[in-house]
Design a protein around this ligand. Structure first.
Ligand SMILES: [Zn+2]
Length: 221
C-alpha cells in the first residue's frame, strides 16, 4: 500500500487535490477536517470555529477512531490519501499509528504552498455542499448552477470555520510557525515533495502528478 499525506495552509486546496488523487487511484480520501466537522461534539465545533488546533487526543478519538471503524474497507485499497493532519508535534504519534495500521511500502508527504494573499482571496469564494460535503470555490471551482451542488442540487453554504478573514490569517501564521515544522519532522523518513499551490486546480494537480510520477491525463486534460 501507498499512503499520500496532503498538507498545507488553510485554502491551499488540500481536499480538492485529495479528491482528484482519490479519483485517479479509485480510492477514498480521508479528510481529518471533514471527520471532525461531522463529529457530534460541541467542544470540537467550538475549537474549529475559533481556528484552533484540536490536539492529538481529539484526533485519536475521531479520526483514528473513524479509520479503525473502516479498517477492512480501507485495507482493500492500494493507495490512501489523507489530508488535514498533522497540525502539531503531538499529532505525530497519531500519524505513526496510522502508518503502523496499514504498513505502507511507500509514504509521500505532499506540501502545498500558497501565499497568505491567495488564501484570503480563495476564502471569499469557498462554499460547501451540506449534504455531500463537496467543496466549491466561486473563483477556482465554481458549481455549474448558481450556488447549487452539481451532484445533488443542494444549496451551498459557506463553511462555518472560514467566515472570518482574521481566523484564516491566524491559522495561516500558525501553519507556518507550528504545523509546517511538525510536518517536516514527520516527513524525514518519507518522500517529501513541495508543490506550488497557486493557480488553477488543474495546474496544481498536474504539478502534484509530475512530482509523484503519476499519469494524470485520465482525470484532467
Ligand atoms: Zn452535494
Amino acid at each position: 500500500m501507498r499512503i499520500i499525506f496532503l498538507v498545507g495552509p488553510p485554502l491551499a486546496g488540500k481536499d480538492t487535490q485529495a479528491g482528484l488523487l482519490a479519483k485517479l487511484f479509485n480510492t477514498q480520501a480521508i479528510s481529518a477536517g471533514e471527520i471532525l466537522r461531522q463529529a457530534d461534539d460541541e467542544e470540537v465545533k467550538r475549537i474549529m470555529k475559533e481556528g484552533k488546533v484540536v490536539g492529538a487526543e481529539v484526533l485519536k478519538r475521531y479520526v483514528l477512531g473513524w479509520i479503525k471503524d473502516h479498517l477492512n474497507i480501507l485495507r482493500k485499497h492500494t493507495t490512501l490519501i489523507i489530508t488535514g493532519m498533522p497540525r502539531a508535534k503531538e499529532d505525530l504519534e497519531v500519524l505513526d499509528e496510522i502508518v503502523k495500521l496499514f504498513k505502507p511500502s511507500h509514504v509521500d508527504i505532499v506540501v502545498l504552498d500558497i501565499s497568505l494573499d491567495t488564501a484570503k482571496k480563495r476564502l471569499k469564494g469557498r462554499y460547501i455542499c451540506p449534504k455531500c460535503g463537496r467543496v466549491y470555490n466561486i473563483y477556482t471551482a465554481p458549481p455549474k448552477n448558481d450556488l447549487l451542488c452539481d451532484d445533488d442540487k443542494t444549496p451551498l453554504v459557506r463553511r462555518i470555520d472560514d467566515e472570518e478573514e482574521g481566523i484564516v490569517e491566524k491559522r495561516f501564521n500558525h501553519y507556518i510557525t507550528e504545523e509546517l515544522p511538525a510536518v517536516l519532522e514527520f516527513a524525514r523518513p518519507f518522500h517529501l515533495v513541495k508543490i506550488n499551490g497557486e493557480g488553477s486546480i488543474n495546474e496544481v494537480f498536474k504539478r502534484i502528478c509530475k512530482a509523484l510520477f503519476l499519469e494524470c491525463d485520465r482525470i484532467i486534460r
